[in-house]
Design a protein around this ligand. Structure first.
Ligand SMILES: CC(C)(COP(=O)(O)OP(=O)(O)OC[C@H]1O[C@@H](n2cnc3c(N)ncnc32)[C@H](O)[C@@H]1OP(=O)(O)O)[C@@H](O)C(=O)NCCC(=O)NCCS
Length: 150
């Protein structure tokens, strides 16, 4: 099986829109929000594919010296194959060229898989925002990572 990571573009909107609806049914990014992100400067949109079939993506924004991770997702049938980590590693590599040295993200407290992925990639929890999410109402953990590590 060949695995490839590349920049997402407009041609990937059908996949991204369907994946958002499937994986984030309570708060999917709309097609126009995704198109806006793809077209915006200072953003990164990555797609990971298995044998040319997209199985995951990452959406991030850069505001040097900080970067923010907005979305990372892998289709359920392709999880635990290292793709989430591969996408994060590519984000960190991109950041080096953009003078970004610290990353932020928010994650639902109950999202154990994402929390484990982020910790394994070097993120630490720095604060907790009570009642940050709706549907269901839940706290957010705010996590940060430095690249290169100090
Ligand atoms: C979070 C998510 C992106 C992880 O993707 P993935 O490709 O399965 O992750 P990886 O295979 O790269 O995992 C890397 C490491 O993260 C940790 N990890 C990932 N999923 C885990 C799980 N379900 N339970 C425990 N640890 C987990 C492990 O340390 C893992 O290393 P290992 O497999 O060698 O033990 C995926 O579960 C997902 O798409 N979830 C739904 C969308 C989501 O919640 N996104 C985050 C908010 S935007």
């Amino acid at each position: 099986m060949s695995v490839c990571v590349r920049r997402a573009d407009e041609g990937d909107l059908p996949f991204l829109t369907a994946a958002e609806a499937r994986l984030f049914p309570a708060s999917p990014w709309s097609g126009s929000a995704l198109a806006g992100h793809l077209a915006a400067p200072h953003t990164l949109s990555l797609l990971i594919s298995e044998d040319d079939r997209p199985v995951g993506y990452l959406l991030a924004g850069f505001s040097p010296p900080e970067g923010e991770l907005y979305r990372i997702a892998v289709l359920p049938e392709a999880r635990r194959r290292g793709y989430g980590r591969t996408l994060l590693d590519e984000l960190f590599r991109e950041a080096e060229n953009r003078e970004v040295s610290s990353f932020w993200l928010e994650v639902r407290e109950s999202n154990l898989a994402a929390g484990a992925l982020y910790r394994a990639a070097g993120f630490d929890t720095v604060s907790r925002r009570e009642n940050y999410y709706r549907d269901p109402r839940e706290a957010a953990l705010v996590m940060t990572a430095r690249r290169p590590k100090e």
